[in-house]
Write a protein that binds this ligand. Structure first.
Ligand code: URA
Length: 193
C-alpha cells in the first residue's frame, strides 16, 4: 500500500462511523468517495441520493450514468484517473438540500480528503457544491464553465448531472465546459490522460 492509500483507508474508516449530525440517523451507508488516490482532478457533488445511500458510492443513479458518459468523452474515469466526493457524506432525507449546519459539520471530511489528494483541479457539480467550495454567491447558470483560482488550485463550477436530466437543452453547454476542463488538464496535469 502506498502512503496515500493508507491515509485514505484510515480516514474512510473514521468517516464511516461519524455521528456528528442528524443525517446519521437516516442513512443506510456513509458515502465517503470513490476514485484513485493519486487523482489530480477532484469532482465534488452536494450529497448522496437514494441509490448512492444504498450502494455507498457517489453518483451511481441516472445522474451518475450521465456523469460517467461525459467523463468518458474526455478520457476521465472514476476507476482510473479522478476522485469523486460530496460535500455531505450521508443522504439528506427525501433528497432535500443539505442544511448549512450539516455542510459545516461534514466539510471536515472533504477537507481531509483534499489534504491527502492535493488536487490541481476541482470541479464542483452544481450550485450547492460550488457555493460551498468556490464562492457563496455563485450564479451557476451564468458562471458554469469558468475557472476560478483559489490557493493555486483551478476550480470550475459545472451544471449538476441531475439538472441536465431535468433540462437536456443544457447538455451541449455542459459538454463545452467538460471540453474546457480537458484543455486545462492537458495544460497543467502530469498524468497522461
Ligand atoms: N448527487 C450528488 O450531488 N451526489 C451524489 O453522489 C449523487 C447525486
Amino acid at each position: 500500500m502506498n502512503p496515500k492509500n493508507e491515509e485514505f483507508a484510515r480516514l474512510r474508516e473514521q468517516c464511516l462511523s461519524c455521528r456528528d449530525c442528524g443525517l446519521c440517523e437516516t442513512r443506510t451507508n456513509v458515502v465517503f468517495g470513490v476514485g484513485v488516490d493519486d487523482a489530480e482532478v477532484l469532482f465534488i457533488g452536494e450529497g448522496p441520493g437514494e441509490n448512492e445511500d444504498l450502494r455507498g458510492e457517489p453518483f451511481v443513479g441516472r445522474g451518475g450514468q450521465l456523469l460517467d458518459k461525459m467523463l468518458a468523452a474526455i478520457d476521465l474515469d472514476r476507476n482510473k484517473n479522478i476522485y469523486i466526493a460530496n460535500i455531505v457524506k450521508c443522504r439528506p432525507p427525501k433528497n432535500r438540500d443539505p442544511l448549512p449546519e450539516e455542510q459545516e459539520q461534514c466539510i471536515k471530511w472533504l477537507r481531509q480528503q483534499f489534504v491527502i489528494l492535493r488536487p490541481k483541479i476541482v470541479v464542483c457539480l452544481g450550485r450547492i457544491a460550488a457555493a460551498k467550495i468556490i464562492k457563496p454567491d455563485i450564479k451557476i447558470m451564468k458562471e458554469h464553465g469558468t475557472f476560478f483560482v483559489k490557493n493555486g488550485i483551478y476550480m470550475m463550477p459545472v451544471l449538476h448531472p441531475a439538472a441536465l436530466l431535468r433540462n437536456p437543452n443544457n447538455k451541449p453547454a455542459a459538454f463545452e465546459d467538460f471540453l474546457r476542463l480537458q484543455e486545462k488538464i492537458k495544460e497543467i496535469c502530469d498524468h497522461t490522460y
